[in-house]
Design a protein around this ligand. Structure first.
Ligand code: DON
Length: 579
């Protein structure tokens, strides 16, 4: 966000600031840094950079490169991501878009079979059809050019050590390899088969020490040549051959690899109580939808009570339902379709939309709203067909603060676990294109998020930075989880701001995802009586266990120091450098 407009939001927040909220306005004590991420080895890589005087961006990149090795099911060189950065000195924020892009050969019918019906999982996901041009490394390179301090090549040292000397396979990675094996996936691809299975064809087990020489070679090439190593030369050739290979080959070409460019954007910011919440705009729906949930929740609960209060949860569910309906309908690649970001996050629109909330009952059917009311233009509602796509769980989020108080929120992904299940250069190739709506039309109207040539699929990733009324850093958070990311992140923000929880307590709160009529809920984590109260109001609660696998990693800045949290549903940690 340009400095002036960000300051505008902060100023209006400051003027409207009430006493509510538990986040402190104290700056991080000089010298303290923290990394919260999905694997302790990745966190240590980030801390190593911070201890060497690196910036939050340096640490985030080193952390990410290790995650690409030890958590290949989630994210890496063959995928994409979004990064939001806070500059302590200027108090400015920047958003970096590293979303994958469809090849020029992609058509709206990309995921339709010969019968005109949407393809099933195997045909859509397991192969090159689903792979977009990777953009994560190019985005990290751009962020490093602007915000890095350590030499680019130095950031690769921890990942190279682990790839060369070996790392221990974690229980989560082993379980996901075994799950893929049960589906008959991964084994189809020669490189993935050789890497994830032993000579007898048995999947890797937890505790096994593994080296990844191919990934080490890729990292050395990127350390030397930057993202160019992935768009020309042997690694690029390998990517293209692997994607195009039959069966289920895609059209991704060298020209497509070179066509994707990272972008530096303004974050999408909005007021929440006494704070300013900033996230990623289109092609992610994350920032817009998190702000929608928070804005609607704030209007429904001017005086929230706490995590054991059924009215609070009812308001959260209502806010989620309304926000998801708008997100599903309107948000897509802003370079290809017009996205009413300003309208959807406009306080007047949120106030009008919040008037639909009735905490005494559950909504019958939720329709998208019409944000054109804020500008008085023609209705936007009927421009698009109503789309309600699904998604599967393979993404990672990390939050970093350096000793100078600069911060980074980075969410990165290969989309589903192990992406397209095809491997090149020691890394997984994404299946990000399945984030497009498979059906390009609904009720005779185009769907905003339909596939298209060189288009970016809509994301839900929501790397989020929260500032206090003075513009000082208050918290950083984000998560994997497909479209549920939006709810996970909003829940955690409500936890720390409204319910006076620590970051860890807020992460531990039950995940309740109200995207459709049925609410997916971690009922075993809910406070006594809340599930019964919600059911009595008509909410259809479907208990879920491991399927609500958020991976929330973040921290608050408090007068006592940094308060970090890592999601118990995954394998991460939040660790400080010490002062
Ligand atoms: O960009 C997105 O929103 C999805 N591809 C993210 C997928 C995801 O988070 C899977 N998580 N566990």
């Amino acid at each position: 966000m340009h400095r002036r407009s960000l300051l505008g939001v902060i100023l209006s927040v400051a003027l409207a600031a009430c006493a509510s909220g538990s986040l402190s306005s104290a700056p991080a004590p000089k010298g303290e840094g923290m990394v919260a991420a999905a694997d302790p080895r990745a966190v240590e890589a980030g801390l190593e950079m911070l201890r060497r005087g690196g910036t939050a961006t340096d640490a985030a990149i080193a952390t990410m490169l290790v995650l690409g090795l030890v958590e290949p099911q989630s994210a890496g060189v063959g995928g994409g991501g979004f990064l939001v950065a806070y500059d302590k000195r200027t108090r400015d924020l920047a958003a970096y878009d590293g979303r994958e892009q469809a090849p020029a050969g992609a058509t709206p019918a990309l995921f339709l079979g010969a019968d005109g019906k949407p393809l099933g999982y195997r045909d859509a996901v397991l192969g090159g059809l689903s792979t977009g041009a990777p953009s994560l490394v190019a985005m990290l390179e751009m962020a490093h050019r602007e915000n890095g301090r350590l030499p680019w090549a130095d950031l690769f040292a921890p990942a190279l050590r682990l790839a060369d000397e070996g790392f221990v396979i974690s229980p989560r990675m082993a379980a996901l390899v075994a799950g893929a094996a049960r589906l008959g996936a991964l084994k189809d691809d020669p490189e993935a088969r050789a890497y994830f299975f032993d000579a007898a064809g048995a999947p890797l087990t937890a505790g096994t020490l593994r080296t990844n020489p191919a990934y080490a070679a890729t990292l050395r090439a990127i350390a030397r040549s930057g993202a160019r190593a992935l768009t020309q030369g042997p690694i690029a050739d390998d990517i293209v051959e692997t994607v195009q290979r039959a069966p289920r080959g895609g059209t991704l070409s060298l020209a497509d690899l070179r066509a994707v460019k990272p972008r530096k954007l303004e974050p999408v910011c909005g007021a929440y109580r006494a704070y300013t919440v900033c996230g990623m705009g289109p092609p992610s729906s994350g920032g817009v939808a998190v702000l929608s949930i928070l804005g609607l929740y704030e209007r429904a609960r001017p005086a929230p009570v706490g995590a054991a209060d059924a009215d609070d949860w009812s308001a959260y569910l209502w806010a989620s339902r309304l926000a998801y309906a708008d997100r599903d309908h309107y948000v897509a690649d802003d370079q290809v379709v017009p996205v009413p970001t300003a309208g959807l996050t406009d306080p007047r629109y949120l106030t009008a939309r919040a008037s639909e909330i009735d905490l005494s009952k559950a909504p019958l059917r939720v329709q998208p709203g019409d944000p054109s009311i804020t500008v008085g233009g023609p209705s936007l509602l009927d421009r698009w067909g109503r789309d309600t796509p699904g998604d599967t769980p393979g993404t990672t989020h990390l939050s970093v603060i350096d000793g100078d108080g600069n911060a980074v929120a980075l969410t990165a992904t290969v989309e589903g676990p192990f992406g397209s299940h095809r491997m090149a250069g020691g890394f997984m190739l994404n299946n990000q294109l399945t984030d497009f709506s498979f059906a390009p039309e609904k009720n005779g109207k185009p769907v905003a998020n339909a596939p298209g040539p060189r288009k970016r699929p809509r994301s839900s990733m929501a790397p989020t930075i929260i500032l206090d009324a003075k513009g000082d850093l208050a918290a950083v958070i984000g998560s994997p989880g497909g479209s549920a990311i939006i709810g996970y992140v909003a829940k955690t923000i409500i936890g720390v701001i409204d319910w006076n929880l620590t970051m860890q307590q807020a992460i531990d709160l039950p995940n309740l995802t109200a995207r459709s009529d049925t609410v997916r809920a971690e009922t075993t984590r809910m406070a006594p009586g809340v599930e019964a109260a919600l059911t009595a109001r008509g909410w259809k609660i479907a208990p879920t266990g491991a399927t609500e696998a958020s991976g929330l990693h973040g921290f608050r800045v408090t007068p006592q120091g940094l308060d970090g949290g890592a999601d118990p549903r995954r394998e991460g940690v939040a660790r400080g450098t010490g002062r």
